[in-house]
Design a protein. Sequence first.
Length: 406
Amino acid sequence: MKFVICVSLLFFSFTMLAAETITVLYVFDQPWKDQAARFTEATGIGVRYIDAPFAQLRQIMVTAFAAGSSEYDVIHVRDDWVVEFANNGWLTPLDEMLPADFWEQFPKSAVEAMTVNGHIYGIPRYFWLWQFYYNTELLQAAGFSNPPRTWQEVVEVAQAITNPAAGIWGYVEPWGPTFAAVPFIVHLRAEGGEYWDYTNNRPLFNSEAGIRALQFMVDLYQKYKLIPDVAFQLDGTGPLAELFVSGTVAMCMNTPHVYPMSNNPQLSKIVGKVGVSLIPGSVLKSASYCETGAVAIPWFSTHKQAALEYCKFVTSPTEQARIAIELGRVPTILAAATDPAVMQKYPHFALAFEQMQYPARMDAMPKATQIREIVSAEIIAAIKGQKSAAQALADAERRVLALLGQ
């Protein structure tokens, strides 16, 4: 009798949820919309999918949540956004809605990236990991059969390839006004340093390792003249990926979408000519930068249980494997990452997990966006020769501490 009652209640619960429609806010890529349609087919829960450019997502959410809007039921978050949103009381603690063993399927680092003040606010669904991409044809034409393993080797290879008159650049980084801090973080880690003290919420970048890292970036532009001026307009990995697949850039650090993009004949001039390796190192063998992408439920949502069902569906191993195949995202669940179909299409995913053995954490402290903008501005000033590397980092530290009221 008790079994019948439980089954009846469960059926009644799902029937009630099926009558609901949730609103999901994310980017416009068709596979995400197709995923929402599969969810509706599987559960009967309707989905109103609102898309926006990724660069606008955070501001859209900040504006809505600051006004107490209940429009969105499921949103995308990453390491720094989840810290900001959770500290503002804008997210629903998901560890209070899901059993403890649910989180065991994800790497500890992924769960920690979604944890703020002891609560878990996002379910990880992919890693957005920086790796080293290179044009095999350009390297081979310059006499190199293997990718560089150190940053000094990057300089040597890039010098052999760079031909500004022909519009060919050996190596390029994204040094846009709000983004230059990110490649700096990678160079800093390669030099044995770290960006932030999360225990005391203070910057660590103004160090000997930081000065070496920034001076290397300065030298890429000023001394070796390997970086084009367009780098200062690249305010993210997307624009750099477009340059890479056009065949005008031989090497770059970038994110997982570059591999499928490079092998798409409709988008790329380098189909079959892309290689992937560990990011070169210096003091450390390698270092990287990794964003954990996750789904979360706003505190203001009026359809939280239906939204939770959506979050569980889209982060399942089956859906992660499917999105990996269709969009090239690195799954956060090992069963999805090692799916035979995934590995066949993206063999470099195996290298991604090796890359993550080295420092790779995204900057995710409170006020991360403002801090990244401050540090980026000072880095650009140093690269352009407006101040020394040491002065730029000292000024960045002073400005960041003032922002934090320290």
